[in-house]
Design a protein around this ligand. Structure first.
Ligand SMILES: NC(=O)c1ccc[n+]([C@@H]2O[C@H](COP(=O)([O-])OP(=O)(O)OC[C@H]3O[C@@H](n4cnc5c(N)ncnc54)[C@H](O)[C@@H]3O)[C@@H](O)[C@H]2O)c1
Length: 276
């Protein structure tokens, strides 16, 4: 559908089985791209038990990519650490010699709490993973794209949480809104280099992270987990929860030449929950 043969993509946060990162990486590979899948592959010391992508999951996604007849390369990265991001970019350049597409998918919301009680560490960590991570990866990758002079695509995974509030997710909402503002600035700064930068705002996607989020909400409200899911599905005009493939479809379009005249946008893909 979208010809990405000969292109090289990096997808961060692609280590979990039921994740947008894995689905996106497989979709880009299905379109012919070689894909680097990157994830943190270790626990957050300060948020023990918080679910993250590990090496086994990342390696198995890379194997699935290679089975499609393109190259899949798993790399460890901490997107909040500029040295680690530099290493990811250097390893990708060593292996492939170019980067055409970056999907800033790594994200999350450790330590959710009402803002009056949110730990400073949780606020900082959430801003760091989502906003600083997208900044560092975009900056380092865009420098290679500018040098290469063949343009490129940067796709930032934001959220409808950037556009409407969610109780106990103040840091996450702020971080995802920061991604949209950052996307717009980067889009105008990189336009002369033929690099398009867009953000994607998913809604209620059934992933490992979202299942944890639904459980957190159930605990906060003191209602059963099933009730939270039913309510989530009931507010979606298109009448079903979102799949990781729904998001991957939009990312594949934004990674392709079909979206060459689009930049600086924050596109909702949420079944119609948010319409602005
Ligand atoms: N699931 C949803 O409903 C939903 C809705 C809107 C937006 N999103 C966003 O989509 C993206 C993917 O989320 P998902 O639901 O597929 O969950 P996920 O847990 O599969 O994806 C997040 C990934 O980010 C990785 N990550 C976290 N911190 C990192 C770091 N410092 N360095 C490298 N990797 C790190 C995690 O290990 C994990 O693999 C996230 O940015 C999330 O905020 C999800």
């Amino acid at each position: 559908m979208y010809d990405l043969k000969g292109k090289v993509a990096i997808v961060t946060g692609a280590g979990r089985k039921l994740g947008i990162g894995r689905a996106t990486a497989l979709r880009l590979a299905g379109e012919g791209a070689d894909v680097v899948v990157a994830d943190i592959c270790r626990e957050f010391e300060e948020f023990a038990g918080y679910g993250l992508g590990m090496w086994e999951g990342l390696k198995s996604t890379a194997d699935e990519i290679s089975a499609l007849g393109v190259r899949g390369l798993p790399l460890r990265v901490d997107v909040t650490d500029s040295k680690s991001v530099d290493e990811m970019v250097a390893q990708t350049m060593d292996a492939f010699g170019r980067i055409d597409v970056l999907v800033n998918n790594a994200g999350g919301a450790p330590g959710p709490a009402p803002l009056l009680w949110m730990e400073e560490a949780a606020w900082n960590k959430t801003l760091a993973i989502n906003a600083t991570g997208a900044f560092l990866c975009s900056q380092r990758v865009a420098r290679t794209m500018v040098t290469h002079r063949e343009g490129g695509k940067i796709i930032n995974i934001s959220s409808i949480a950037a556009k409407r509030p969610s109780i106990a997710l103040g840091a996450y909402c702020a971080a995802k809104a920061a991604i949209i503002a950052f996307t717009r600035v980067l889009a105008i700064e990189l336009a002369p280099s033929g690099i398009q930068v867009n953000a994607v705002c998913p809604g209620q996607v059934d992933t490992d992270l979202q299942r944890w989020g639904w459980q957190v909400e159930a605990n906060f409200r003191g209602v059963p987990y099933e009730q939270v899911i039913q309510e989530a599905a009931a507010e979606i005009p298109l009448g079903r929860l979102e799949t990781t493939e729904d998001v991957a479809n939009l990312v594949a379009f934004l990674a392709s030449s079909q979206s060459d005249y689009m930049t600086g946008q924050a596109v909702n893909i949420d079944g119609g929950i948010v319409m602005y």
